[in-house]
Design a protein around this ligand. Structure first.
Ligand code: R5P
Length: 295
């Protein structure tokens, strides 16, 4: 029991200084609870308001993927440069050290493979496991216009309900089927549906025309998906344009871990996203870093 004898009089009240009460830094997140805002602050850097997420969850439907054959060897060195790792619980528990500095965004939908219809997903992780793993968000694939559109949207709304109960944000991931047009009109539809139904942030692809309208019409932050491997300058340019046009960061996989020098590439992406560096300057940084001898 605390000692109650000789208590000192409290006097540091600073009555002349009003208690600080500032708005939360992320779009659409002011009405969220403390736990959810705290988790979002571990994904999005409060200084820049942006994030560099490293997506390595491909195995959940693709199996072994080029660059991810040995995550312990290829991805671990990138962890210090990722604000967040997006991955499955299988890889998290087996390969990622619990001392890792990055926050965790856990892939929680699944149930399909490249051998069959991809949109036929269910919720594949209990929220209790997300809590055990101390994750900062749960990622659910949403197939707007896909064969199992309704099922995938309901997967997301279930995670949103559970996430709100426990203070864990849900990331709606817009998936594009082969038959769907990849244009601003489609992504405005898909991202808005995710946000209207409660996702705290949304991952979507970049489009050359009208990406600013996708970001502007989505009331929660958007992170840009990477997509298939393209030349480094093109990937840096895409990331640059996305954040200039309103994205709150990127969630890139193959364009980082399939680059010739993945650690140099993620640092170049960080320069574009967090430091407003131009693609040309970021490419210079990439070339400089990749020439440095490995220690
Ligand atoms: C995409 O929707 C899935 O989550 C992927 O497994 C992954 O995030 C894709 O990353 P990238 O297209 O940048 O390789």
């Amino acid at each position: 029991m605390a000692d109650t004898d000789d208590l000192k009089d409290a006097k540091a009240f600073h009555a002349e200084i009003p208690q600080e009460s500032s708005a939360f830094f992320l779009k659409g997140a002011n009405a969220l609870g403390w736990g959810m805002q705290n988790r979002l602050s571990r994904i999005f850097n409060p200084r820049s308001g942006r994030t560099v997420m490293l997506a390595i969850d491909h195995g959940y439907f693709l199996g072994t993927t080029t660059g991810l054959e040995r995550i312990d060897l290829t991805i671990r060195p990138l962890i210090p440069y990722a604000d967040s790792l997006m991955l499955t619980r299988g890889i998290l528990r087996t390969v990622i050290p619990p001392t890792a500095s990055s926050s965790i965004v856990l892939r929680v939908s699944g149930g399909s493979s490249i051998l069959k219809e991809l949109s036929n997903e269910e919720i594949a992780v209990d929220i209790e496991d997300s809590l055990r793993l101390n994750v900062c968000a749960m990622a659910v694939q949403v197939f707007v216009g896909g064969e199992f559109e309704r099922q995938s949207i309901i997967n997301m709304t279930r995670m949103v309900d559970m996430g709100l109960r426990y203070g864990v944000p849900t990331l709606g991931v817009t998936a594009v089927g082969k038959e769907m047009a990849r244009d601003a009109r489609y992504f405005r539809l898909a991202t808005r549906i995710c946000a209207e139904l409660g996702a705290q942030y949304v991952k979507t692809y970049y489009v050359e025309q009208g990406f600013d309208t996708v970001c502007a019409s989505c009331p929660v932050p958007i992170v840009m998906a990477g997509g298939k491997k393209i030349p480094e300058l093109d990937a840096l340019t895409m990331a640059y344009r996305a954040v200039q046009e309103g994205a709150a960061g990127v969630d890139m996989g193959r364009n980082i871990f399939q680059a010739d020098a993945p650690a140099a590439m993620i640092r170049a992406v960080r320069a574009v996203v967090h430091d407003h560096e131009t693609p040309a300057k970021a490419l210079d940084l990439y070339e400089t870093l990749r020439r440095q001898p490995k220690r």
